[in-house]
Design a protein around this ligand. Sequence first.
Ligand code: AGP
Length: 619
Amino acid sequence: MCGIVGYVGPKVDGRALEVIMEGLARLEYRGYDSAGVALVAGDHVVTTKRAGKLANLIRALALEPLPESNTAIGHTRWATHGAPTDENAHPHRGGQDGKLALIHNGIIENFHALRSALIDDGVVFLSETDTEVVAQLLARSYDKIGDLTEAMRQVVAELKGAFTLLAVHADEPGVVVGARRNSPLVVGIGDGETFLGSDVAAFIGSTREALELDQDQIVTITAQGASIINFDGTPGVGKAYHVDWNAAAAEKGGFPNFMAKEIHDQPHAVADTLLGRTNESGALVLDELRMDEAELRAIDKIVIIACGTAAYAGMVAKYAIEHWTRIPCEVDLAHEFRYRDPVVNERTLVVAISQSGETMDTLMAVKHARLLGARVIAICNTHGSTIPRESDAVLYTHAGPEIAVASTKAFLAQITACYILGLYLAQLRGGTYADEAQSVMKDLCEMPAKIQTVLDGLDRVREIARFMVDTRSVLFLGRHVGYPVALEGALKLKELAYIHAEGFAAGELKHGPIALIEAGQPVFVIVPSPSSEHGLHDKVVSGIQEIRARGARTIVIAEEGDEDVVPFADVVIRVPVTPTLLAPLVTTVPLQVFACELAWAKGLDVDQPRNLAKSVTVE
Ligand code: AGP
């Protein structure tokens, strides 16, 4: 989820670079492992780009100023392909003459095949990115056609995946061309100047008149305005609107805080994490793993290590991975793993889950696992961070930068990545679920839309959160994959609203915790699908009866159409019908929104809760 800015102004000695740098500063929260700019100056394109924070680019530009220009593009990167280095930073140049520069937000799923074909054709790549492949394709197309808009239209027809692209060419000063598919791009209409941005924060300092683009559209901007065509070449139109957010709100996409924004980003986070992980026939391909298949087939045990929310993602994964692969799968809190003298050897696969990739407890556990001879796969959201570097292989989530300390979209992305890994192992090892893997992947690909359905129906959750602003204790019950969801729901409430909250396995209730139930005690219950095996659903419903009979205030998360829960629920929160093992991707969302809304109603700092850090880099 990178930051993208484009600009065309009235005068060559204008403010192109100033506009781009101001826009990148406002977008830095979207991605900040490298940044770069490209200007059309005279008959050539000049670029400066640096790894690291935007400050590095600013320093580089101060040391080697760029010439004046009225046509420019700029980019802050959140790496998806290729580590955060100067070479992998955007913009990327295309063609032998270097007259074209391109920036990109998203994931080109078929870039491997496109890159191989270009290499066979003699192209020498300078970076590891999917973006440079597009830059080379676009330069070739431009050399044939001589028109940047039409060249872009030809190229996007070859691309699969999610992308926002902006390009400039030295032979077309005063023009920036953009294209979007499944990735944001918005036009800013100024007075004699025109802007492009991944969101309105890119240009809100200059204009509040915007044009929303539709899917599969190409926009060509000049100082006079914007013209739009569809990928099929027919004329397109944008939806004009006035931006009434202030700059701070714009960075949060109009949400009150980053956490709310990131909760609503979850359909994209899951969809992007799924992108590029199956081939044309639907089989799972994890080229990025670069692990010997024979080694993976020989694995006889899996140990997942992580902390906090990431550990709860691992607990969800355990149920799925064991079911699909029939490999025993343990889950350890990383800070416990090292000290319990674990039974680990060269046939153990350790999976380290970490959003930041810098959690010291998890890092030390990774080092310990490798000392014991295990192979380690990291599941991480931050390219180039320490834990992936210390692991044998990495499966990146593509949730984009998670700014709020409380993890939300990374959690769903981690669960998704664990599912992908489990299905890949099942496919590799054959057995019951090898052929099933593809149908489960199809179910997974339907999950972003189901998450969106839940997000669209949470007004009641927000209402009860505001009503419960003075509550002193909340319990969360779940069973099977609902148990780690209950733990995560309790953690969200603890870390955001500073309220005592506890998650239990619903089956554990009668072994003690039921003593906590008294009149008015709020209890969230995550109910399995009525179609789940082993009669889990009925067992949980009888648990709701028991606590309701003792005065509990029951807030029940249940599938659409599950009427059994109604007589025992004070509140029913509905989620779409979902395969049991995938249900955490939808049942977690109401709990995230509840905690966020209650903390917000209490006037607390939702994005930076007291005592917490986004990455715990000490043991
Ligand atoms: C989650 O809301 C917390 N911020 C915390 O539990 C976090 O998940 C944990 O510290 C692990 O962080 P990591 O994923 O970056 O390793």
